[in-house]
Design a protein around this ligand. Structure first.
Ligand SMILES: Nc1nc2c(ncn2[C@@H]2O[C@H](COP(=O)(O)OP(=O)(O)O)[C@@H](O)[C@H]2O)c(=O)[nH]1
Ligand SMILES: [Mg+2]
Length: 253
């Protein structure tokens, strides 16, 4: 594969009431030489997330529609607007992921349209994280199901990681096809759409750390993780629909 013409990236971070972590997250990404800019999409945070992101030098945007899917979709949409880079890095502002992994994501960039982080390399995971044993194996299971759906196209061991690198042109091609109303299942949906449209998805093991601040996503407890997993399986097997729950997606999810 040809070497990259440029290693520059635009980083976009999700944030919802993440005032405890957002400054460190933005600062971490801004130290990387490849990072042209950091965008933070605050999902109508009621704490000082927005102000702190701005004070740390991020381009700060408010997404007023609640829900993880809406927030990620806005991150990708805003980041894809910048034409001076070939790559978009999507991540969370909760310090579970670190900027130094951009090196690893970029190492696979010549081989893929999407380099998707996987949290299932045990030796790279902090001993205690929000990913319980149940969710660890749940992600592998749903990953393998998605892999089987697109047999021979990709190797998948995690369907819940936000951290990923996308080629800007590939991302722009599939963004109109993904549904931002799909909430905590959004990552599985995104990968499914990407594979459906013949994008090359390569997994890359990334480090996974304990969260700073309070968790609000699918990792709050095993029961919620289980429900998210079931919805992912339903979407993969029967197709992704916008459910009433998604339309009404509230910040508590
Ligand atoms: N759960 C949830 N997360 C949101 C929302 N809007 C933005 N986010 C962000 O999306 C990420 C959720 O990721 P996840 O790892 O599943 O849960 P976490 O433990 O809260 O980080 C976090 O960075 C949140 O700040 C929302 O409405 N609900
Ligand atoms: Mg998180």
């Amino acid at each position: 594969m040809a070497p990259l013409a440029s290693r520059h990236v635009t980083v976009a971070l999700t944030a919802y009431n993440d005032e405890a972590s957002i400054s460190d997250a933005v600062a971490d990404f801004r130290t990387r030489p490849e990072v042209r800019r950091v965008i933070v999409v605050s999902n109508d945070s009621t704490d000082s997330t927005f102000a702190r992101a701005e004070a740390t030098g991020a381009i700060t945007i408010n997404e007023s529609s609640p829900g993880y899917g809406r927030c990620v979709f806005r991150c990708l949409t805003e980041a894809a607007k910048f034409e001076d880079v070939d790559f978009i890095v999507l991540c969370e502002g909760d310090r579970t992921f670190r900027a130094s992994d951009i090196d690893k994501l970029l190492a696979y960039a010549p081989h893929a349209d999407i380099v998707n982080g996987t949290r299932t390399s045990e030796s790279l995971r902090e001993y205690t994280t929000q990913l319980s044993i149940f969710m660890y194996y749940g992600n592998i299971f749903v990953g393998k199901l998605l892999e089987a759906k697109h047999l021979g196209r990709s190797t998948l061991t995690d369907v819940g990681t936000t951290y990923k690198l996308c080629r800007r042109d590939a991302l722009r091609a599939i963004l109109p096809l993904v549904n931002p109303a799909i909430n905590l299942e959004f990552n599985a949906h995104f990968l499914d759409v990407a594979l459906e449209h013949n994008l090359v998805v390569v997994e890359c093991p990334i480090t996974f750390h304990r969260r700073v601040g309070v968790s609000k996503g699918g990792n709050v407890n095993n029961w919620r993780g289980f429900k998210v997993g079931i919805n992912m399986i339903r979407g993969i097997v029967f197709g992704w629909k916008t459910k009433k729950r998604d339309v009404l997606a509230q910040h508590e999810t």
